[in-house]
Design a protein around this ligand. Structure first.
Ligand code: ADP
Length: 229
């Protein structure tokens, strides 16, 4: 799904490397946490996977294609196959849950009929079957992030990338959000979560990739936030 070989990145010639010699493979169906202090390079790596930035050196393959050599017309196809979840939700706040999801489907050319069938199904999956007509701004933070998850999966992407998805949420709500991500993963979608949430990482016992100052310092199955002590 994602294969990084000897990736380096620097934002400009005079700055240091934001990423140095990063190597890993994420297989189809995996659930992976990406952890590390602020400035470690997590966002840089996520942006590379969706080809917002291109590695300075090294090769990053996503779905088998080298992102640096990908022709421009393939980029929308790449992004359509990756559902994004953000810390600040990035929903259309004045619109209803249904409208947010319908909009995400419509941009891919879905018919009204597909939309009417798919939206209630996905709302049910994230545990909000009764909120289709609620405006996003009237929902709680946890509910808004559930809509964020629903939007991420609405077009059946191969992979979900979540960037600090629980950063604005209380611990109990955070755990519910992570539970839904795990359920999505169990249905076959690859999940990559960048997080600072130590408790969740320790409880879930999934693969953890640690970044520190742009370097990959640890990559362990069933890991913990602090790593092997
Ligand atoms: P994290 O997501 O782990 O907090 P980032 O990937 O945002 O880390 O940052 C990694 C390094 O790259 C940091 O030193 C940061 O200052 C630098 N950096 C991030 N974005 C930019 C940018 N747009 N221009 C220049 N430097 C950047």
């Amino acid at each position: 799904m994602v294969e990084a070989s000897k990736i380096y990145h620097r934002y400009d010639k005079n700055s240091g490397y934001a990423l140095s010699n990063i190597n890993f493979i994420i297989e189809r169906g995996e659930f992976v946490f990406l952890v590390g202090p602020s400035g470690a390079g997590k966002s840089t790596l996520l942006k590379m996977i969706i080809r917002e930035i291109i590695p300075t050196k090294g090769i990053l393959k996503v779905f088998g294609h080298d992102v640096a050599r990908m022709p421009r017309h393939r980029v929308p196809y790449l992004r359509r196959n990756i559902g994004m979840v953000f810390q600040d939700f990035r929903l259309l706040e004045e619109r209803t849950a249904f409208e947010n999801l319908a909009f995400a489907m419509r941009v891919t050319g879905a018919s009204n009929r597909d939309i009417r069938r798919r939206v209630p199904y996905v709302l049910e999956m994230v545990g909000l079957p009764d909120k289709a007509d609620a405006r996003v701004c009237d929902l709680s933070g946890g509910e808004q992030q559930r809509i964020g998850l629903a939007r991420a999966i609405i077009n059946r992407p191969a992979m979900i990338i979540a960037d600090e998805p629980t950063g604005n949420l209380d611990p109990d709500i955070s755990f519910e959000i992570m539970h839904i991500l795990r359920m999505i993963n169990l249905r076959g979608t690859t999940v990559l979560v960048a997080t600072h949430d130590r408790e969740i990482v320790d409880r879930l016992k999934k693969r953890v990739i640690h970044l520190e100052q742009g370097r990959l310092t640890l990559d362990e199955e069933k890991g913990a936030y602090a790593g092997a002590l």
